[in-house]
Design a protein around this ligand. Sequence first.
Ligand code: FAD
Length: 463
Amino acid sequence: MGASRTDMATLGRDLAGQVLLPGDDGYDRRRRVWNAMVDRRPALIARCAHRDDVAAAVRFGRDHGLEIGVLCGGHSVLGLPVSDGGLLIDLSLMDAVRVDPPSRRAWVQGGAPLGALDRATQRFGLATTAGNVSHTGVGGLTLGGGMGWLARQYGLACDNVVSFEMVTADGDVVRADAEENADLFWGLRGGGGNFGVVTEFGFRLHESGTRALLADLYFDPEDAAAPMGGWRDLIADAPRRATLTAWTGIAGDWPHLPSELHDRPLASVGYVWVGDPEEGRRLLPALRDLGSPVAERVQELPYLDLQTMDDTVEGHALRRYWKGHYFTGFPDDAVRAFLAPGDGPFRPAASLQSYGGAIADVADEETAFSHRGALVEFVASQRWSDPAEDAGRMAAARRYGASLEPYATGAYVNALTDEGETGVRRAYPAEKLARLTALKDRYDPDNVFHLNHNIPPTARAEP
Ligand code: FAD
């Protein structure tokens, strides 16, 4: 099967949005995603303007036997929704955010980037948990869980969803919340894009204020093991407004570091505080007691600046590769492995972010998201521009990831790359995977939505 140009043009006439075919203006721009390694050419891109467009596009894809990918922010590291010869359902026109301050609710369309959500809610001094880079999509981030600087106060992004509107594999529109389709509501909070296309998220908002504080102590990596061990020990009793952070990598020419530290391997420990910065400063003595750093940064900033401060360094047009793990404990041997990412030009960078707080308040069985007992999340990352470095860069990240795996307790589905089924089994324990599979059997038995970290339906005998 397949769709002729005439068929595709007919779909274009039926949509309030737009259909882009190879050669059309804008086709190349819309098929490009965050990771520049992804260079695939869908047969058509359906730029949907509302849920009826989405339903029409899903039906069209099925009728013509096209693989269907669902694109929100385009930040899945492997560019999962974009396939050669398939149908790309591009939700980026559906980026509206409506805020109702009295009820502390926001309704967010399925293609919105995080920045749209943050900007709309901060106008009222409100926010909900969103990730750390504003061009990431609300869609993929929330459906996989959604970690951010507010998560220890208010739970993950998915914990703050009160309702979903979703287009099913049959092109029907369903709603899922605590009362209606409660099983689907469970699965959409962590199960990823396996069940349909979410066209609207309803979020609970919080009076988070508009201010934040950053604190980081920088060390030579060879001197960082003791401070990092001490930093780890602070996590258990840290206030919920603080997310403890650690990092290792090659320092950029960052204004907060003296120039002699630029381009040098460094490691840092610190925290991000959302709320009154004065209150946040009360944690500084405990941090400073950890050791004598080569540099220190303490910076007050608006919450919106915090949410965009990594937008450039995490920008588009570079080649990317990640390895991620969850840890329920981070013993000294793991600290040493973290600080030894490998030498040479392909040395990966890595970060740790603390969990706990409100994330762990939610009972594990309440959502498809798992690993609520995680102490820290680890992500090793590579970014480069020369394709000749692809193999070496990815091998270095894999080696580094493997050196920490003995201490790991699982993986975050949204940080998976090319682990395939093994990765999905690390993201969900067996009993959750069984429940997710049952949900998949019910909502998408033909696995229409498989361009994701896939939870396949139960295999069916050939007729
Ligand atoms: P896309 O590639 O557009 O979508 C990924 C998948 O999500 C699709 O294949 C589809 O299955 C599904 N999907 C997306 N939208 C919908 C929808 N509306 N309906 C149904 N399915 C949908 N994660 C965190 O938790 N916290 C962070 O702070 C964080 N920071 C990040 C920073 C960067 C620079 C990057 C690259 C990633 C970050 N992530 C973070 C990981 C991020 O959550 C995942 O990469 C996520 O998949 C990105 O979602 P997206 O919509 O941008 O991706």
